[in-house]
Write a protein that binds this ligand. Structure first.
Ligand code: ZN
Length: 167
């Protein structure tokens, strides 16, 4: 799985091969997607100061590349649906646990509510992974000049570096 970097300008111009970067499959759609940079690791420390300062700093540092036509394949759609369903399933499970254990009169109640909390958090995390950018696996570099696909498919890497080539 090579790391592939594409100039941000090329992505913003929509000059990408119709091959999924992540799965190497023929694209079923060229999607409009906003790609962002990852928050710097040190920003996590700001969580201690609160969610709001963290968000403000992360948003201020964030680099965006608007891709008008990012290759999207059938596997991308399947991955998004699966993550969304698992995520929502865990959130529903959390609420069921709350309803069941909220009326329980014992130590089981505390354990049940803890489980509900864990299921809820896990559900949010999995559901977030169904976002378009999460599925593409593409991130903007810190300086905003490149779009990086950390685990690109070999076929995408090949077609990208050989314009005009076909799968
Ligand atoms: Zn795909």
């Amino acid at each position: 799985m090579p790391m592939v970097t594409i100039p941000a300008g090329q992505v913003a111009a929509g000059h990408l091969p119709p091959v999924c970067a992540r799965h190497g499959e023929q694209a079923t759609a060229m999607k409009k997607v906003n790609l962002f940079s990852k928050p710097p690791a040190w920003a996590a420390v700001l969580i201690i100061a609160g969610v709001l300062p963290y968000l403000i700093v992360v948003m201020a540092l964030r680099k965006t590349v608007k891709a008008p036509a990012w290759p999207w394949c059938a596997k991308c759609t399947a991955q998004r649906t699966r993550n969304l369903l698992i995520g929502l399933g865990l959130i529903v499970l959390a609420f069921v646990l709350i309803v069941v254990f909220a009326s329980a009169q014992s130590d089981a109640a505390a354990l049940g509510l803890l489980l509900a909390f864990v299921a809820f958090l896990a559900g949010i995390i999995v559901a977030t992974r169904s976002s378009t950018q999460a599925v593409t696996g593409a991130f903007v570099s810190k300086d905003g000049n490149l779009v990086e696909v950390a685990k690109a498919d070999e076929r995408f890497a090949y077609v990208l570096s050989h314009p005009g080539a076909r799968l």
